[in-house]
Design a binder for this molecule. Structure first.
Ligand code: PRX
Length: 646
């Protein structure tokens, strides 16, 4: 099925001829990216567009910039300064917050000065553990402004998950909320923070946003605010004195209240790290994916602009969370670099009711709407009636990200949300790629369920294990042959893992960990992960992390976890557990194990099913063959079992 673009969409489109531009971009990618980089601000121009010393790519080498210089500073002396940069709608009637670019810049400067007053310097790591509140975004920008490196941890992650990340990053400051509303519940997030900070060695300050003003949670702030010790500690940090391992808690309000609205933006090398974002991989603990200031901003700027045909009056709503890369690139940084209005809704798609998204689209005249297949599928189950009350006529382009979108969900989204006028940009990319990699642009004919073809300058392919291109419609490994500007710079603290994960499985190319097919027209069809990463509602979880949570239970001897297809969530988690000798498994134990995983990783990791088993399929060297378990569970052929033990 081929869906041709609406003539109005083509008319407004930056890219009218995909094939020609793609060809040009691939013949000379450096010239292509350099031209885009020239649309942005640089304190000093680069000496070299790309230094590619396999497997490390360094972009715009010698160039000096700062993402914040492009997201905020460069707009200050233009009409964009008075335009709305951010609209934030709280989940209950509690007052919408809007910032013009100028106001946002002032808030960011105040926070940046606040960080400086705590002794935070260029290169220091700042952890951000917050829900979708304006301060989350202000904190991110504030860090980058002074050259500090932020690491955002999704607010739904547990204390244990937070602790692992704080420890790996050796972060100096943590920014969090006291608590926050989530549907009908109030999440006491500061409790998690306190637990994560037990035996803490690096965090000196905890900055607390009081998202919930009243009640027991806000009273539970440690009683050091404003006291003598805090003053002494700040004075000591400012004079470079010693710091203790007991963090000082300070409220956001206290920190910023007396700070100046002016703060110089730190001049960064293009190749300096901007942020670390932890993501799950095949093995072990999450990997700290490192992104740069220079290359990253060029990649995200260009992709948003062309994929969503960004125009100055756009109101862009990306429904993701800044705990994930989608939120970094397309809620915050790229919309601001492009000088448009970014819209943020604090709540979930079904709170206070299942019409809230459609209501907000009409009320705020959202023009571009970017969401996840899981959300589409979960709203689709309520049928079309709830949508019929809304015009949805401000919408021009829709987007999908995070997991494959099945054709039924695609068509429903197209028909009932986009009224057959808005093309759907199914964007394939990853935390590591930083930007859209396989994606349509609005002017091309679409096939529901296909992510179209590579973005300009992206040399992608589908190959076999030796790196040879596979024939059309054959499943293979999705790889990228040449670097792109917002490619990850490294895995923090673990270059070995960077090499092994991305560049050693198939020599000379970037290995994405996904399988895909390319059809006879060159359209890509993403099949899913080919490693042990599970995508639950688009959230990325590693089997190994889940298994280690299970085996931390005293009654569990071994665990293996697989992802099973799920109609709404894409995948759901199923665990196979071997209990220790003498222990019998029952429903009570199953519930205990579910709760344990929630506590160790977070509610998104809650297993859907648990089976107690006597044996797990393993290789002769003792590795669990999850692939075999999955095939057995789904009643599919188990494939090659030559390495299977007995
Ligand atoms: O399996 C692919 C899937 O999400 C993975 C990356 O997850 P993460 O790093 O959390 O980033 C998600 C947001 C960019 C990929 O390896 N994925 C992402 N987008 C799509 C997708 N699968 C199919 N279609 C997509 N559009």
């Amino acid at each position: 099925m081929l869906i041709n673009p609406d003539p109005v969409v083509v008319e407004n489109s930056y890219v009218k001829n995909y094939d020609q531009l793609y060809k040009e971009s691939i013949e000379n990618p450096e010239a292509f990216w350099e031209k885009i980089a020239n649309e942005l601000f640089w304190y000093k121009n680069w000496d070299k567009v790309l230094d590619w010393q396999y497997p490390y790519a360094r972009w715009f080498v010698g160039g000096q910039t700062n993402i914040v210089a492009n997201a905020l500073d460069r707009h200050m002396n233009t009409p964009v300064a008075d335009k709305v940069a951010m609209i934030w709608v709280p989940q209950d009637d509690g007052g919408v917050v809007t910032y013009t670019y100028k106001q946002l810049n002032e808030q960011v400067s105040k926070f940046a000065n606040g960080l400086k007053s705590l002794g935070v310097k260029k290169g220091d790591k700042v952890m951000i553990y917050m829900p979708r509140v304006p301060e989350q975004f202000i904190a991110m920008l504030g860090c980058l402004k002074i050259g500090a490196v932020h690491s955002v941890v999704y607010s739904g992650f547990s204390a244990t998950a937070l602790k692992t990340r704080i420890t790996d990053a050796a972060a100096k400051v943590l920014v969090c909320t006291n608590a926050y509303p989530y549907g009908k519940k109030t999440v006491p997030s500061l409790e998690n923070v306190k637990e994560a900070l037990k035996d803490n060695k690096s965090i000196e300050y905890v900055i607390v946003v009081e998202r919930v003003k009243t009640g027991p949670v806000s009273d539970s702030l440690p009683p050091v605010l404003g006291d003598q010790r805090q003053a002494e500690k700040i004075a000591s940090a400012q004079s470079g004195g010693p710091s203790s391992s007991t963090p000082v808690f300070i409220t956001w309000q206290n920190l910023i209240s007396k700070q100046s609205v002016q703060c110089p933006t730190e001049v960064m090398q293009s190749t300096d790290p901007a942020f670390i974002l932890y993501t799950s991989g095949t093995t072990g603990t999450p990997k700290g994916v490192v992104h740069s200031h220079g290359g990253y901003q060029v990649g995200i700027y260009a992709t948003l602009k062309w994929v969503f045909d960004i125009k100055p009056d756009d109101i862009f709503w990306c429904t993701a969370d800044a705990g994930w890369i989608t939120g970094h690139s397309y809620i915050l940084y790229s919309p601001l670099i492009n000088g448009i209005t970014t819209f943020i809704y604090e709540g979930t798609p079904t709170y206070p009711d299942i019409e809230i998204w459609w209501k907000l689209i009409d009320q705020y005249k959202i023009t571009k709407f970017y969401t996840a297949p899981t959300a589409v599928r979960s709203l689709m189950k309520f049928g079309e009636e709830p949508l019929k009350k809304y015009k949805l006529d401000s919408l021009k382009i829709l987007g999908s990200v995070g997991e494959p979108i099945n054709p039924e969900a695609w068509l429903w989204f197209y028909k009932y949300v986009g009224h057959e006028k808005c093309p759907i940009m199914d964007t394939w990319w990853q935390t590591e790629t930083g930007m859209h990699m396989i994606t349509p642009v609005p002017s091309v004919p679409l096939k529901p369920g296909s992510a179209f073809k590579p973005f300009f300058g992206v040399d992608a392919d589908v190959v076999d294990e030796k790196g040879n291109k596979v024939p059309p419609n054959t499943q293979g490994y999705l790889i990228v042959r040449k670097p792109w500007p917002s490619m990850l710079m490294d895995v923090y603290n673990n270059s070995k893992r960077y090499h092994e994960t991305y560049f050693e499985k198939i020599p000379n190319v970037y290995f994405s960990g996904d399988s895909a097919k390319i059809d006879e027209d060159g359209y890509y069809w993403i099949v899913g992960r080919n490693d042990d990463v599970i995508k639950v509602s688009g959230h990325r979880l590693g089997s190994a992390e889940l298994e280690s949570a299970f085996v931390s239970h005293p009654k569990v001897a071994e665990a293996a976890v697989i992802g099973k297809p799920d109609e709404i969530k894409g995948e759901s988690i199923k665990a196979f557990i071997i209990l220790k000798q003498g222990v019998t498994g029952d429903d009570v134990l199953k519930e205990e194990l579910k709760q344990l995983v929630r506590k160790e990783i977070g509610p998104i990791a809650t297993p859907d099913a648990i089976d107690f088993v006597d044996k797990l399929p393993k290789t002769r060297s003792g590795k669990i063959m999850r692939r075999v378990l999955k095939a057995q569970e789904l009643g599919q052929p188990v494939g090659d079992t030559s390495t299977l033990d007995d």
